[in-house]
Design a protein around this ligand. Structure first.
Ligand SMILES: N[C@@H](CCC(=O)N[C@@H](CS)C(=O)NCC(=O)O)C(=O)O
Length: 387
């Protein structure tokens, strides 16, 4: 996919400044990494986003320094998600000038299979190359090339690694997070409570943004595409057959990793070297574990390679820094020892209290009026009923 139009340094900086004007909490907007001075990279991401885990882990693995903007991507009260604001969407669109927008929904978030979502994280700004880079896998590949050092995609292994990245990119992770298995919802209780009905809230916030950009055809098109995707998503996650299929695909995903590990004697997904494929698989598996899918590999005798691999890859310092130990990346979950118990809950709530824009949750965003909460558009509800 295309990664950036020809912006001048001044134009890019103006787009960045406009976005950063509402990202003022010093706790969630700060430099991460060993370097000093103004960092080359500026990353817009979210604590709890799988696609953001990927980029943060690559940053840690490469020892890169970046300005981190941890956005809030969920509507709450009168708060409009940071990633829905026109300034951010305008910046993000610079990373995909000729992309086809999303519209429908299959439960996955791959740009290749779903189209480009203009209102999501992560988005990377590379100040040195004066470009905006979008889509987590493209961002990860960009950082790997730009930073130098030991490559995560060594020469000659591009195709093998690409095939593994695609396997992770194309499974329905988003549906497994937002939707319940119709017979057995084992997701963490806090997630279940907070995510139910969220698509309607997202659409309400997006409609409010449409009011803000009436004279901007590019943004109007972007918001309309996003609304259409969220309407389809809302219907998908309450469709019993769709969610059963989602869970079957996740079980196959775990089998695929076990089978891949059995093709060689090396410690890592593609053999003896730790590569980008390990980062993608590790984060996919950690997310599944946190959600409760660990039951799929509880029987150690059936997954002899997987168990050892997960111990190794979850101990990798970059995986710990970008995902497992990243504050706020995981709400309490009874499925993962590190995220269960009173200490984990207290830690998560303390982090949320410092990072959530409470004023905006209660008072709203200046000059934005949220329309009433309405049920999903008729075509989406009909689709859910007819399947
Ligand atoms: N293909 C994109 C997908 C990005 C994506 O779906 N991001 C999610 C978080 S993992 C998001 O921002 N969701 C918020 C929303 O859709 O409103 C990527 O890999 O970067």
């Amino acid at each position: 996919m295309s990664t950036g139009s020809k912006l001048t340094k001044t134009e890019l900086q103006a787009l960045v400044d406009a976005t950063n004007s509402y990202l003022t909490n010093a706790y969630t907007n700060k430099v991460i990494g060993p370097g000093s001075g103004k960092p080359r990279f500026e990353l817009y991401h979210a604590d709890l986003s799988l696609c953001s885990y990927k980029v943060r882990t690559v940053m840690a693995e490469k020892g890169a320094t970046y300005f981190s903007h941890a956005l809030h991507i969920m509507p709450a009260g009168k708060f409009v998600p940071h990633n829905y604001r026109p300034e951010y969407v305008r910046l993000r669109l610079q990373g995909a000038p000729d992309q086809k927008f999303v519209g429908g929904y299959t439960g996955a978030s791959s740009v290749q299979s779903e189209g480009f979502d203009p209102c999501v994280v992560p988005t990377l700004v590379d100040h040195e190359e004066v470009k905006v880079v979008v889509d987590s896998r493209t961002i990860c590949e960009h950082i790997d090339r730009a930073v130098g050092g030991t490559p995560l995609i060594p020469e000659g292994m591009e195709e093998v690694i690409d095939a593994q990245i695609r396997l992770v990119d194309e499974v329905p992770h988003v549906a497994a997070l937002y939707g319940a298995h119709p017979d057995d919802d084992f997701r963490p209780i806090g997630l279940r409570k907070n995510i139910a009905g969220v698509h309607v809230k997202k659409i309400r916030a997006l409609n409010a943004m449409i009011e803000q950009v009436k004279d901007d055809p590019a943004l109007l098109e972007a918001y309309r595409a996003k609304i259409s995707k969220e309407a389809s998503a809302g219907a998908f996650v309450i469709d019993a057959d769709g969610m059963r299929t989602t869970h079957l695909k996740m079980a196959e995903h775990v089998d695929t990793l076990e089978a891949q590990l059995a093709t060689h004697d090396g410690d890592w997904v593609c053999g003896d070297d730790f590569t980008m494929a390990d980062i993608m698989w590790a984060l996919s598996m950690y997310r599944l574990d946190w959600l409760g899918f660990g039951r799929l590999w509880a029987d150690k005798s059936k997954r002899p390679r997987l168990i050892g691999y997960l111990d190794r890859v979850f101990a990798r310092p970059s995986v710990r820094a970008g995902c497992i130990e990243w504050r706020g990346a995981h709400a309490p979950s009874p499925h993962v020892a590190e995220y269960s118990g009173a200490g984990a809950a207290a830690n998560f709530f303390a982090h949320s209290a410092r990072s959530l824009p409470l004023k905006e949750i209660f008072l709203g965003v200046p000059n934005v009026t949220l329309p009433p909460l309405e049920p999903l558009p008729p075509q989406a509800s009909q689709k859910a009923l007819s399947q």
